[in-house]
Design a binder for this molecule. Structure first.
Ligand code: GTP
Ligand code: MG
Length: 203
């Protein structure tokens, strides 16, 4: 898919105030610092469309970006960031949970997982939450450039094998790097295909 336009629309902490356009939407979620905002920039070939930081906890709101005037990408706050006060963390969880439960336009969620890590409880719990709420998701393994090419396939295969302890079938997955643009075409082709598949539902 060719990206002709990518525009920031709005940020908010309340799903009912999110844009009302009836177009397909894709959300990016995962642990703080896993590379959600960077992946959005890489896909859009824009340096600063989504704000990134070396410090976890940068993205704090629901951020809508309209792509090619026909679908939304959504950058969300990370979960599992221990440095945030407990009170604030609860509010985060609540509005993120609401977003996933209420957002009708959401057609697929990308759960981002650091390629170097084994399955972690918080990610497994989040995938379980998506499953329980019948929200389709796929996995984007991030920061692939940080592991040697000989190790990476072994690591991803092992991750998927462990996921099969919890899921009967594996979600679609992508190996990505925002530094090298690895996976860009695969993710965009996937979104293009889903957009075609769901077109009738958005008429
Ligand atoms: P929060 O908004 O805080 O939840 O973080 P995030 O998941 O949006 O992460 P962000 O995109 O801000 O990236 C976090 C850090 O990881 C930044 O320093 C990025 O430069 C770095 N980073 C992200 N993706 C990659 C990647 O593919 N490769 C490498 N080497 N670094 C990356
Ligand atoms: Mg972010």
């Amino acid at each position: 898919m060719k990206i002709k336009s990518a525009d920031f629309v709005m940020s908010n902490s309340n799903v009912t105030k999110a844009p009302q356009d009836n177009i397909p939407e894709y959300a990016f979620i995962g642990r703080s610092n896993v590379g959600k905002s960077s992946l959005i920039n890489m896909l859009m070939e824009r340096k600063d469309l989504a704000k990134t930081s070396g410090k976890p906890g940068k993205t704090q709101l629901i951020n809508h970006f309209k792509i090619n005037d026909s679908w939304f990408l959504v950058d969300l706050p990370g979960y599992g960031y221990a440095q945030i006060s407990k009170k604030k963390r609860v509010i985060f969880q609540h509005f993120i949970e609401n977003y996933f439960k209420e957002r009708k336009q959401l057609v697929c969620t990308f759960v981002l997982i650091d390629s170097r890590h084994d399955p972690q409880k918080i990610d497994l719990e989040f995938m379980q939450f998506l499953g329980e709420n019948q929200i389709p998701f796929c996995i984007a393994f991030t920061k692939a450039d940080k592991i040697g090419s000989s190790k990476i396939n072994k690591q991803i295969t092992s991750y998927k094998k462990k996921l099969l302890n919890y899921w009967e079938t594996l979600p679609h997955s992508f190996l990505t790097s925002s530094s090298t643009s690895l996976g860009r075409k695969e993710v965009l082709d996937f979104i293009e295909n889903v957009n075609t598949d769901v077109a009738d539902d958005f008429k």
